[in-house]
Design a protein around this ligand. Structure first.
Ligand SMILES: [Fe+2]
Ligand SMILES: [Fe+2]
Length: 280
């Protein structure tokens, strides 16, 4: 199920490192929006700058927080801020799709993507005070759907920002993008088949395929970032965006590793149950 579905929550446990990672991501998003808005949209630019300052400050304070009470208080403040940022993202998106932001450098799909990540971040922060999903498999398949779509988007954004003369780089992004479109459909199929059930062998195989595909995409993003920052490829990709996309890809691999370990534990638990049955 999609991150927009009410009951869907992120798979990773609520941890300070996760929160700091996502606050940095939110900060970058505020900067992308601010840079992409037309010059005459001064008020929206100021609002975006305001969010950038809030996330910067929260990340800094969380990094220095020394007791649980302070961390929980800051997480509550961050939850409200990210919720407001999500609404801001959707407002910008609606202006874009109604053609009321002429001259903007923001794609509607790009802003939709940012809003999905804001919602994911808000749900992750809410896990600090709430619980996870009732069926562990639901959290796994939803996480796959979120990341596969996200990385597929990244490949499309990068492809469209590289100069068309960079044929090899554009071609590689197209091939990888096609692979992720296919994985996205498969992730959705598995999501509905396994919903409220339990992991099966197909999910284990899919997770393996996904880790391989994401590793390939991360390799591509790392190479692109290096080409962009060294100015050895012509593109309109801001270096911060190239770095941001690479960081998110690497984070996806961390989450997929958590899912892999959880599936291994499930397997071990099942084997133990079978051994116990045989002993009886
Ligand atoms: Fe992002
Ligand atoms: Fe992203």
């Amino acid at each position: 199920m999609d991150i927009f579905c009410r009951g869907v929550k992120p798979f990773p446990p609520p941890a300070l490192a996760e929160v700091c990672f996502w606050l940095r991501i939110m900060r970058d998003h505020a900067q992308f929006i601010e840079l992409g808005l037309p010059c005459e949209e001064g008020n929206l630019k100021i609002e975006a700058q305001g969010f950038l300052g809030v996330f910067d400050d929260l990340e800094d304070r969380l990094g220095r927080a020394s007791c649980e009470e302070e961390i929980n208080r800051l997480v509550m403040v961050a939850t409200v801020a990210v919720g407001r940022f999500f609404v801001f993202n959707r407002h910008i998106l609606h202006l874009l799709i109604d053609c009321r932001l002429c001259g903007s450098c923001l794609y509607p799909l790009f802003v939709d993507h940012l809003s999905r990540e804001a919602l994911y971040c808000r749900k992750l922060l809410k896990k600090f005070t709430g619980c996870g999903m009732e069926f562990p498999v639901d959290a796994m398949v939803s996480e796959n759907i979120f990341w596969v779509r996200g990385i597929g988007d990244h490949l499309k954004f990068v492809r469209d920002l590289i100069d068309p003369s960079e044929r090899a780089l554009v071609g590689r992004a197209k091939i990888l993008g096609g692979k992720f479109d296919c994985l996205s459909l498969q992730a959705r199929d598995l999501g509905s088949m396994l919903w409220h059930y339990r992991p099966n062998n197909e999910l284990v195989r899919f997770e393996k395929d996904l880790r391989v595909a994401v590793s390939e995409a991360v390799e591509y993003f790392t190479a692109t970032e290096s080409l962009v920052t060294c100015c050895t490829a012509v593109s309109t990709i801001p270096p911060l965006l190239a770095e941001h996309i690479r960081r998110e890809g690497e984070h996806c691999l961390v989450v997929l590793e958590m899912i892999r370990r959880c599936l291994l534990q499930d397997d071990a638990a099942e084997d133990e149950d079978e051994d116990a049955d045989e002993d009886d």
